[in-house]
Ligand binder design. Structure first.
Ligand code: GDD
Ligand code: MG
Length: 356
């Protein structure tokens, strides 16, 4: 089985974290998200992954050099964004010769892709969409369908829930099985959205959907990125991290002062340092080589590799980018600092997103 994974987006909703790293390279529990996705594809029996890149492809290339055994990864780069369908076409033509998986590269989950593939074959479908239930349909592609899974309407990002039936709404989970004939429906050399142009055209022509269970989260906003990290550490999603509700995961090379307090679920990655009197957790990841100074508190947050939180600082529901600095006594709430950015000593930030 071949999988095309869409990773070309700029991750605008995650800026400034994505100013110099594409979204799929951002860490979940200290591991690049794309590596967790490759784990899952390997488990589903996928042998070849085509990464459909546009934005910062070299960072993606570097992140996938150590793919799981049995998976070959090919990186395909668009000169300019082709949209979700255009990108699938560009990546798949000449590389697939049968039904293939196509995935949004920003969804953390643990549902079995094999079940979607099996349903596709059992129905003799042209295209099959995995679905997940949500409470807010406006951020997703809503898939109205009958009891047999035949798609009746596909509505991308409806302005409201009018006419879409009662909650919960079943939406496109960003995982498809496509027959190669779908590629012929996608115009070449222009931007084409599979959600807005191709799926609506396939309604009544072999487009089916399958409810998938298990954990599901699009990591594309700051809030969901933080929640995904917490869920991975807490084991609410099954990953290689082996998380659990009561997890206090401390790498052997991290140094945690005997007078620091760690509150589960929490993960302290390789080479990280936590000083005396610091309180770290719950729902927190301290990335590789990051430091938390004496008496600082970090909760509901993610420190990326090399980030520093100085003494007496407070970080809550925030992401602190690579080698970024939170100065002494600073308070950072609901904010994101990008690579090398800083909050000065004593500064208070709430809901801050610096453009650069
Ligand atoms: N190669 C390439 N080229 N990739 C792209 C492009 C492009 O032009 N545009 C988007 N992508 C990639 C993004 O990197 C991301 O992995 C995926 O396609 C989806 O794009 P998002 O920008 O994250 O879309 P969304 O989250 O607003 O909506 C999509 O995902 C929802 C589920 O999370 C839609 O597919 C919805 O229907 C769906 O419900
Ligand atoms: Mg998304």
């Amino acid at each position: 089985m071949i999988a095309v994974v869409l990773v070309g987006g700029e991750g605008t909703r995650l800026r400034p974290l994505t100013l110099d790293e594409p979204k799929p390279v951002l860490p979940i529990g200290g591991v690049p998200f794309v590596s967790l996705l490759l784990d899952r594809l390997a488990a589903a029996g996928v042998t070849k992954v085509i990464l459909s890149c546009g934005y910062l492809p070299d960072r993606l290339r570097a992140a996938v050099v150590s793919a799981p055994a049995g998976i070959e990864v090919e990186v395909v780069v668009e000169d300019e964004p082709l949209g979700t369908a255009g990108a699938i076409r560009f990546a798949a033509v000449g590389r697939v010769d049968g039904p293939f998986l196509a995935l949004n590269g920003d969804v953390l989950g643990d549902a079995d892709f094999g079940a979607l593939v099996a349903a596709h074959h059992a129905a003799g479908a042209v295209a099959s969409i995995g679905l997940t239930p949500v409470d807010d349909p406006t951020r997703f592609g809503v898939v109205v369908h009958d009891a047999q899974g035949n798609v009746e309407r596909f509505v991308e990002k409806p302005p409201n829930a009018d006419g879409l039936g009662p909650a919960p709404w079943w939406v496109n989970a960003g995982a498809y099985v496509l027959d190669p004939s779908v590629l012929d429906l996608i115009p070449a050399d222009r931007m084409v959205s599979i959600e807005r142009e191709i799926f609506p055209e396939l309604v009544g022509r072999g487009l089916i959907c399958v409810h998938s269970d298990g954990y599901w989260r699009d990591i594309g906003t700051l809030e969901s990125f933080l929640t995904a990290n917490a869920d991975a550490v807490a084991g609410r999603v099954h990953t290689r991290l082996g998380g659990a509700d009561a997890a206090i995961l401390v790498d052997g090379s991290a140094r945690v002062d005997a007078d620091a307090v760690l509150i589960a679920p929490v993960l302290i990655a390789a080479g990280a340092v936590v000083g005396a009197g610091a309180r770290v957790g719950p729902d927190t990841v301290i990335g590789e080589g990051a430091t938390v100074g004496p008496n600082a508190t970090v909760q509901g947050s993610v420190l990326l590799a090399g980030a520093q939180v100085a003494a007496d600082a407070h970080v809550e529901r925030s992401a602190i980018g690579r080698n970024a600095l939170v100065g002494e006594r600073a308070h950072v709430l609901d904010s994101a600092l990008g690579t090398d950015q800083a909050a000065s000593a004593g500064e208070h930030l709430t809901g801050e997103r610096r453009p650069a």
